[in-house]
Design a protein around this ligand. Structure first.
Ligand code: BGP
Length: 462
């Protein structure tokens, strides 16, 4: 078949998920509580329609059926995360053997079906006991994470060849310590800086442990939501605003993870306006010597900024927004079913930046997707006719293909997400899956996009 967009041999086609969002069984089989279980008990009204993490698509009991569906729609790879509090209920110490059996079964089932497991260690789900010790602000928790990572590698590393230390580590920083969106709902720039820094140290420690175990053919990386930062204009003040937003939201993780060091300009800003985090002896060498092998790129939408129009109130708590204003660019294309901007070329810009400034590190698109509210309205002939999602994926894939032609080292595309799932505060508001899930009966059915993607992955292009 003549294809306009043919992808390289061995390209990874699949989708991504996270434990808390798909597993369900939040209080079953010895799982300990994490911050989501706890926060829901405290303030269920903070969650859309009061729906909490107990009630998800129930992958815990449906994984065999789900893996069959993955195979049916042509996946050759699939991302899960391990729930830290399921595997080690208190965060450190005793390992829950029922969790070991569950993750072994999932991994083996994927491999038996020709689907490569991509496994992430941390997707926003701190065990409650460790949060009570200070969460990511605490160096003891960093050590507990290192122990957890080692246990995962030892249990599953003989079969799992693609590991990730964190998904979107900026999110717990922003949502949990700056903007009062996630638990522990702290608003404090200095504490946020410590959390960000400790996460970078934790990631480097996991990379160090993984490499020391010398698994054959294994790679370890990190997954970052790289949000290209576009200025309103070429005016120096707008350019500076965009550069600072890039430092705060992208480079604070990207540079240490891939280059092994922090950007000097970021250090200067933190020093000038706040305090540097507490740095332990040896940390900077650890970061320098333990860069990642592979990078997952989550891309949803760009960040558009302009220079600040009004002076900031120096009495108010320090925020990244002291340095730039959001720019609502006239005429930008929006996802009218969820409210995020759609800018397909962003994916190309990110990958070109990785090629030019980050040693063309091996990468893949680890999340990209289109959330839609009330998606049942598109049901026809018992199937969700999500042509908008097909168009969304296709247009992003065109830019992805262009980046490969331009020499970018990008090896795969994972949609967020496989099946509709529970999305934190938004619960089931926005649907993203190839597969729709009836939340009451847990019945799965293929959306039109799943059928389209089957052809794309089978043909390795379109
Ligand atoms: C990403 C996260 C996912 C998922 C997705 C959709 O940033 O990695 O975990 O939540 O966003 O988010 P939402 O449901 O809020 O639209």
């Amino acid at each position: 078949m003549e294809l306009s967009y043919k992808f390289p041999e061995g390209f990874w086609w699949g989708s991504a998920t996270s434990a808390t969002q798909i597993e369900g069984a939040a209080n079953k089989d010895g799982k300990g509580k994490n911050i989501w279980d706890h926060w829901y008990e405290l303030e269920s009204n903070r969650f859309f329609n009061n729906v909490g993490p107990e009630s998800t698509s129930d992958f815990y009991h449906h994984y065999k059926e789900d893996i069959r569906l993955m195979k049916q729609i042509g996946h050759n790879s699939f991302r899960i995360s391990i729930s830290w509090s399921r595997l080690i209920p208190s965060g450190r110490g005793e390992v829950n053997q029922r969790a070991v059996s569950f993750y072994n079964a999932v991994i083996d089932n994927l491999i038996d079906n020709g689907i490569e497991p991509f496994v992430n260690l941390y997707h926003f789900d701190m065990p409650l006991d460790l949060q009570n010790e200070g969460g990511w602000e605490s160096r003891e928790v960093v050590e507990a994470y290192k122990g957890y990572a080692k246990i995962c590698f030892e249990l599953f590393g003989d079969r799992v060849k693609k590991w990730f230390t964190f998904n979107e580590p900026i999110v717990p920083v922003e949502a949990g310590y700056l903007y009062n969106i996630h638990y522990p709902n702290i608003v404090d720039f200095k504490r946020a800086t410590q959390v960000a820094y400790n996460t970078v140290v934790a990631s480097a420690k996991a990379v160090e442990v993984y490499h020391s175990l010398q698994f054959k053919d294994g790679k370890i990386g990190i997954i970052l939501n790289l949000t290209p930062s576009y200025p309103r204009s070429d005016h120096p003040a707008d350019l500076k605003a965009a550069r600072i937003a890039d430092l705060f939201f992208n480079r604070c993780f990207l540079d240490p993870a891939v280059l092994g060091k922090y950007p000097q300009e970021l250090i200067e800003i933190i020093k000038e306006y706040s305090e540097l985090p507490l740095i332990h002896d040896g940390d900077l060498d650890l970061i320098k010597n333990n860069t990642v092998d592979i990078l997952g790129v989550n891309y949803y939408q760009p960040r558009r900024v302009k220079a600040k129009e009004y002076a900031v109130n120096l009495e108010s708590p320090l925020m990244p927004e002291w340095f730039f204003d959001r720019y609502e660019m006239p005429g930008r294309k929006m996802n009218k079913y969820r409210g995020w901007e759609i800018y397909e070329k962003g994916i190309f810009d990110i990958l070109i930046n990785l090629k030019d400034n980050y040693g063309n590190i091996e990468s893949f698109i680890s999340e990209n997707g289109m959330g839609v509210e009330d998606e049942e309205r598109f049901m026809q002939n018992e199937q969700i006719q999500d042509d908008y999602r097909i168009e969304f994926i296709r247009e992003h894939l065109k830019w992805l293909h262009k980046s490969i032609e331009a020499g970018c080292n990008v090896k795969g595309y994972h949609l967020w997400t496989f099946m509709d799932n529970w999305s934190w505060m938004n619960a089931y508001k926005n649907r993203y899956g190839f597969i729709s899930v009836n939340i009451e009966t847990k019945e799965r059915s293929l959306k039109k996009s799943a059928q389209w993607f089957t052809e794309v992955s089978r043909n390795n292009g379109f």
